[in-house]
Every structure is written in C-alpha cells, then in structure tokens.
Design a protein around this ligand. Sequence first.
Ligand SMILES: *[C@@H]1O[C@H](CO)[C@@H](O)[C@H](O)[C@H]1NC(C)=O
Ligand SMILES: *[C@@H]1O[C@H](CO)[C@@H](O)[C@H](O)[C@H]1NC(C)=O
Ligand SMILES: *[C@@H]1O[C@H](CO)[C@@H](O)[C@H](O)[C@H]1NC(C)=O
Ligand SMILES: *[C@@H]1O[C@H](CO)[C@@H](O)[C@H](O)[C@H]1NC(C)=O
Length: 486
Amino acid sequence: MANIYHLLIPSLIILSNFLPSHQNHFATTPPLPVLPLPSYSQLKWQQREIIFFHHFGVNTFTDSEWGTGKESPKIFNPKGLNTAQWVDVAVQTGVSLSILTAKHHDGFCLWPSKYTDHSVIGSPLQNGHGDVVKEFANAARARGVDIGLYLSPWDRHDYRYGKTIDYNEYYMAQLQELLNKYGSVSEIWFDGAKGSNAPNMSYYFNDWFAMVGELQSTINIFSDAGPGVRWVGNEKGFAGTTCWSTINRTSLSIGNGSIVNYLNTGDPKGTDWLPAECDVSIRPGWFWHKSESPKRLSDLLQIYYNSVGRNCVLLLNVPPNTTGLISANDIQRLKEFKSAINTIFSKNLAQLCSVKASSIRGGKDSGFGPESVLDNDHLWTYWAPKDDGKKDHWIEITAANEEVRFNVVRIQEAIGLGQRIKKHEVYVDGKRVAKGTTVGYKKLHRLENGVVSGRRVRIRIISSSGIPLISSVGLHFDPFWHPNGR
Ligand SMILES: *[C@@H]1O[C@H](CO)[C@@H](O)[C@H](O)[C@H]1NC(C)=O
Ligand SMILES: *[C@@H]1O[C@H](CO)[C@@H](O)[C@H](O)[C@H]1NC(C)=O
Ligand SMILES: *[C@@H]1O[C@H](CO)[C@@H](O)[C@H](O)[C@H]1NC(C)=O
Ligand SMILES: *[C@@H]1O[C@H](CO)[C@@H](O)[C@H](O)[C@H]1NC(C)=O
C-alpha cells in the first residue's frame, strides 16, 4: 500500500496544478440519510396531519357502541344520507383523507357484499339497492379527498366466525371486494379485537396484508404492528412526549396489551419506519348518540398539540347521525377548531427576524443555510450544520426591531433523511423556556409559563443520531392557551 501512495501522491499534485478546481463547481450534496427512512406513502400520510374517521352502521340506529350481530338490517335507515356533506366537512376542516367503517364488530356491511345478506341489501336504503361505500368513495373523489376503509376482523354476526379457515376466506373475499371495486384506497385500518366465544379464532394477518399490497400500491396499512402506520397505544389522541417514528416490528403483535407503552413512544434504535396515528372521537363515543355532544375546543386543541405536535397524525372520528349527516354541533366545533389552528399557525413571527446557525454544511450559499427553516418547504429544504464532530448545534432567530411575543415554538425535522433529534432546548435571551426530546416531522411546544417576549430565540440540539437537519421553525402566538388560568 505504502508504495502505491508514494507513486500516486506526486502525480496528483502535478495534475491538480493543471485541472480547474472542482471544489466550487457543483452544489454541496445532501448528507447521507440515517436509516430507517419513510416510504413515499408514509411521507404523504404524515403531511396530512389531520384525517377523519366516520363510524356509521347499525349502532348509529340502536344507540350503542358495540352491536351484537343480531340487529336486523331493516333498522339501517338514514333517510337523508348525503356523503357529499361528510366530505364537504372534511374539506372545510382541511382534511384530505377520510376513513369509513365499511364493517364494524356487528358484521353489518355498508356495501352490498356478495358473501352475506347482513348488509345494506336488507335495509330500506334505496330499497336494498344502496351502497354507502360507493357513495362515499364517489363523493370523496369528486372533492379531491382520499378514502380509507375499516373492515372489522371481529364479526359477531357471521356464522363462519370461529372457524378459522372459513372465516379467513370470508374476510379475504370481502377485502377483495372493497379494494377492487372502489378505486384507489389510501389507508386500510385493522384492529385485533376478538370474540371471547371464539378463543381459537386466528386472523391470517400476513395473508391479508399481502392481498392488500397486491390490490393497492400506495395504501398504508394501519394496525398495532403496521406495516404502514402503527397505533399510538391509546384512544385519547395522545402520543408520548417522546415519540419516534421508528420501532422494531419484530417486538410488535396485533392485539397485545403489553406493548402499548412501546407503541406510544417508539424506539430510537428501531429498525422499521412505522409512524404513529392517534385515534380519538370528537364525542365521547365512536358512534353518534343523541345524548352526546362534541368535545370542547380547548380539548380538541390539547389533542392537536399532543398528536400532530408530537410527530403523529391525528385520526379524528366524526360520526354521522341517524339522518345520515354530520350533526350541526360537530360541524360548528370543527369550524372553530380549523379557525383556531389558522389563527395560531398562519402567522410565523420568526419570519420578521434574521436567522443564523452554529455552522453551515458547505458554508454560506450552499443551500443548507438556516434561512431554509423559514421557507414554505417543510421537508426538502433544511438547515444542515457541518459534520465536524461538534456536539452543540444551534440555530438562532434574532428580532430586527421590536421584541417578538409568542407562546408556541414549532420545530420540524427533514424526516426524508431520517428522524435524528434526541434532545433539544429552547432559550429566549439566554433563559431556557422549553426542553424536549424527539422532534420528528413536527414538534409543538406550548410554553408552560405562557407568553414570552424577547429578541433572541435559540434552539439548541443537544443530542441526535448524525447531524440534526431542521426544515422549519416557527414562533407563534396562541390566544387560546392560558396555562394555570393565567
Ligand atoms: C380450542 O383449541 C383447543 C386446542 O386445540 C381445544 O382443546 C379446544 O376445544 C378449542 N376450543 C374451541 C372453543 O374450539
Ligand atoms: C406481547 O408482547 C410482549 C412484549 O413484546 C411479548 O413478550 C409477548 O410474547 C406478546 N404476546 C403475544 C401473545 O404475542
Ligand atoms: C430494536 O432493534 C435494535 C437493532 O437490533 C436493537 O439495538 C434494540 O435494542 C431493539 N429495541 C428493543 C426495545 O429491543
Ligand atoms: C343530523 O344532522 C343534520 C345537520 O347536519 C340535522 O339537520 C339533522 O336533524 C340531524 N339528525 C338528527 C337525528 O339529529
């Protein structure tokens, strides 16, 4: 080896005297990723931030949450059914994906399945010629909203349930109907609920997932164990304050109560990209009940900060009523919710400031400068520091004239190159106002002590795998935030 070097080095020096320097000719390359990475469909899902669930079926008409399977299809009679109204509500709320319960635990099917008569076929809806899944899919497509479907594995009606092969054949036949007949489906939702009367019933998840992947190329499969999106481990809509999109799928199993904490926080060493979805209902129940009302705006905002603001997607259930429409009080609450989010986040006070950083990959004008955190691209333009082994990376926002006054700090990582940040802190004029662990796609700090004013806001990245890459930073004022009643 030493001999070869001796021969090469002099000739390299000579060559470099004649060749133009390549150093400044080409743009600085992006850094290598930190694995695992999201798939195309997972990235798209993440950017939706809020998606809808619609629980609708015989339970809507029996005023219950779990049907028995003995309901007569005749009770399913939404006289004013208008799925376009559901989708309009989604559009007004800024929601680009809505998931419908094609079948819940009671086994009643909202589409005319060939494999059972326990469906809309036996209902008064269009004298047995109705198809809620079709109407929903068509209304959504016409308004540019994507659809998702839930097909409950637990079936309290079907005679095949409990006979493993027969029931898995039935279930897969229905999956094929749903994923072949209604166009593109962006998410499919599986849970592991099982009847206690059928202890030996096994669900052939691997067969189901293989079939889903075959029939829909860009779909995300949701379950306790993914493989596209994972459950967050509770139905409150709250992710862990630490929330990694990475986890070990080999440690997960569907319907296993002992993994809920692991699901809630993810795993910094996880080998699979499997981000969490936070499911919660706008009302106490999942189905519509006359006696129930929507949650307060302050509760919905808390859910938003604890889901979207903790690197997750919020799956908000909005149940249609017995008429077949979203109720006026839910619509009103969603308008307030959307308007509050706009009020808080449409103005970024950092945009009036200058920004500098501890270092810049490739130097000034490399495209990796800190000004990237103030543009509108929250994924592919980002600040990158030099990879020089230094540990204390920071970005600082300085007000030009007046102090900035804010109570929310937003930080976003360039997750297209992996989730990296493990620990970070926020300082205003040298005083720490917030600290946290993971950031991921979006981290929102609602400041514990309320509003702060200052000239210099510094975000310190104390620990990360590889160099931290920050795609966006925001300083916001949230008029709905009153910690401790102040
Ligand atoms: C479940 O399987 C076990 C073991 O194969 C068997 O002894 C038992 O009878 C089965 N139970 C039912 C309800 O089929
Ligand atoms: C549930 O998860 C725990 C922790 O990963 C694991 O030890 C256990 O075997 C799992 N149980 C089942 C039934 O898969
Ligand atoms: C996840 O897998 C990685 C790589 O094999 C391992 O280092 C880590 O300890 C695992 N996490 C858990 C909680 O077992
Ligand atoms: C369902 O909601 C609509 C408003 O969107 C309302 O007109 C209708 O009366 C409601 N139905 C019931 C049973 O409350």
